[in-house]
Design a protein around this ligand. Structure first.
Ligand code: 5GP
Ligand code: ZN
Length: 137
């Protein structure tokens, strides 16, 4: 379903222009308007899903499947040395547009991209307890 007040629904339908790399019946790939690096693009389903929690498995398969193709397309054309794939869910995680999207962010030596994870320390017993508690439907 399309959501009236959603900017990515509007980009997906062509109502708002974007610099499009690829599109099919299900997804659109376009450059991020504020790129973190050269080639930073977004893969967006044409159907509206707020984030990972309401994405169904088929749509997820198509979205992540397409990411492999886009990654290779970027790698072939750009002189990238690495690539981050980022998908934010919720404000605290940095989500600003509430229509699910994957960021593909090419990485270059000396770039200013910052996706730093600070390693913590694990209590293995705590991890085991938690692993037993987490259920998948
Ligand atoms: P989020 O923070 O939700 O993970 O990512 C949203 C991304 O969408 C940001 O990187 C932002 O630059 C990009 N963005 C927001 N509005 C537009 C737009 O109108 N056009 C394009 N091409 N990108 C947008
Ligand atoms: Zn939307």
């Amino acid at each position: 379903m399309k959501k009236d007040d959603c900017i990515f629904c509007k980009i997906a339908s062509g109502e708002i222009p974007s610099t499009t790399i690829y599109e099919d019946d299900y997804n659109k790939v376009f450059f991020d308007i504020n790129p973190a690096s050269k080639g930073h693009c977004l893969i967006v389903p044409k159907e509206h899903y707020d984030n990972i929690y309401d994405l169904d498995e088929e749509a997820a398969g198509r979205l992540f499947g397409l990411a492999t193709k886009v990654a290779n397309g970027l790698k072939k054309e750009l002189d990238l040395e690495g690539l981050n794939i980022l998908q934010n869910n919720g404000e605290i995680a940095g989500q600003t547009v509430y229509h699910i999207h994957l960021h593909l962010i090419p990485r270059y030596a000396g770039d200013t991209v910052n996706i730093g994870l600070k390693p913590g320390e694990a209590d293995v017993e705590e991890l085991k307890t938690l692993a037993d508690k987490i259920t998948l439907e």
